[in-house]
Design a protein around this ligand. Structure first.
Ligand SMILES: C[S@@+](CC[C@H](N)C(=O)[O-])C[C@H]1O[C@@H](n2cnc3c(N)ncnc32)[C@H](O)[C@@H]1O
Length: 359
């Protein structure tokens, strides 16, 4: 229970990270042609502090927008960090510059009360969602899967920030397989700083006052972008030594995306970072090495009575059934390994892999 509270607090902290204008600009410059004549909704954004609101309000004419709607969750205090003190919230509507000064003036922005707290799942917020063509925001990390499911349910276009570990969640990966979601251009080095009042744990060289560095962040979208149609240049040839076969999947291990062999037509296990380079015309997604049977590429065996060996300690080896494993004839030195009644040697699990095949 204490642990659950701690995790909830940790998650809530991540819900209060605010996106820098330069990061929004860096990503959205690739999508300009999608915005003409469209209604944009930012539904996790206090308009007084959200850089998403700033970006769209100040670029309204440049992008040729029809309408901008932003909703503010709970608090109505104009401080930077949501305190969730008020149960009431507001939504704003901006329909462009009226007085010719090219600036969104306060009198040009319509402020409307919401009956509830502005939760994106509330009925009144869903009504605003229905009016939108494109949703753009950094939603609360703790509600990410629910947030995406709602966008898909209402058939909305979106560009949103999330953590890359969401890609392999069982609720989200099928969207990638069905080509309903893909990754945008992303952040330099897969990391960025968010405006945050919480303590920054970044190393001295990366520390920025009033900000927190977060790694593994990506943009999720379902809008067409050029990047999604660029092939990965493949230059390596297959050989069984460099690309061992898994013991429990009919696939080979490829531990770097750039080392995908150009001449292998079977199933391959690749790291998560592959998704950043994925072009659906070049490869098909067949599943994950999570041990689940729901994907096209399924495990070929389930280990019976598995045991884990770490530094001479023996424990339950159930984890071996949720990964792809490579079989060795001798116990590997200095590595955690597994045995099982139906394994003909010593198993070493590889990191989470995405199973793909060349088209
Ligand atoms: C990660 S922050 C990002 C804020 C803003 N989109 C930005 O990028 O600067 C997520 C925001 O969602 C708000 N939020 C939390 N739960 C929400 C909910 N159920 N519905 C709508 N907004 C929510 C938080 O208060 C916070 O402002």
């Amino acid at each position: 229970m204490a642990n659950n509270n701690l995790n909830a607090a940790k998650e809530a902290k991540k819900d209060e990270f605010y996106t820098q204008l330069k990061d929004i600009n860096n990503e959205l410059r690739h999508y300009r042609e999608h915005f003409r004549g469209k209604t944009v909704l930012c539904n996790c954004d206090d308009p007084r502090v959200s850089n998403f609101f700033t970006y769209f309000a100040y670029n309204f004419e440049f992008l040729g927008l029809k309408r901008l709607i932003t909703t503010c969750y709970k608090n109505q205090d104009a401080d930077l960090f949501s305190q969730h003190q008020s149960e009431k919230a507001v939504y704003l509507i901006y329909e462009g510059d009226k007085n010719g000064n090219n600036i969104p003036d306060p009198e040009e922005i319509g402020i409307h009360p919401l009956k509830g707290d502005g939760d994106f799942r509330s009925r009144e917020c869903i009504e605003l969602l229905k009016q939108a063509d494109i949703v753009v925001t950094n939603p609360p990390f703790s509600l990410f899967r629910e947030y995406v499911a709602q966008l898909i349910e209402y058939d909305k276009k979106f560009i949103i920030i999330g953590n890359q570990n969401q890609i392999t969640k069982k609720e989200l990966f099928p969207y990638f397989m069905e080509n309903k979601v893909w990754l945008g251009y992303g952040f330099k080095g897969g990391a960025t700083h968010f405006i945050s009042k919480y303590e920054d744990i970044a190393t001295a060289g990366e520390h920025k006052q009033g900000m927190i560095r977060v790694s593994g962040v990506v943009w999720f979208t379902n809008l067409e972008i050029k990047k999604r149609h660029e092939n990965i240049i493949l230059y390596r040839n297959y050989n069984p030594e460099d690309y061992p076969r898994y013991d429990n999947y009919d696939a080979i291990e490829v531990n770097k995306t750039e080392e995908i062999p150009c001449d292998y037509d079977g199933i391959m296990g690749v790291p998560l970072t592959f998704m950043d380079k994925y072009n659906p015309e070049q490869f098909e997604l067949l599943g994950l090495t999570s041990g689940r049977d729901e994907f096209i590429a399924r495990p070929t065996k389930r280990y019976e009575n598995p045991k884990q060996y770490t530094n001479g300690k023996v424990s339950n080896g159930g984890k071996v059934n949720t990964h792809a494993n490579i079989l060795y004839s001798r116990p590997p030195i200095g590595k955690t390994y597994y045995t099982a009644d139906n394994a003909n040697g010593y198993l070493v699990s590889v990191y989470d892999r995405i199973l793909i095949r060349k088209k």
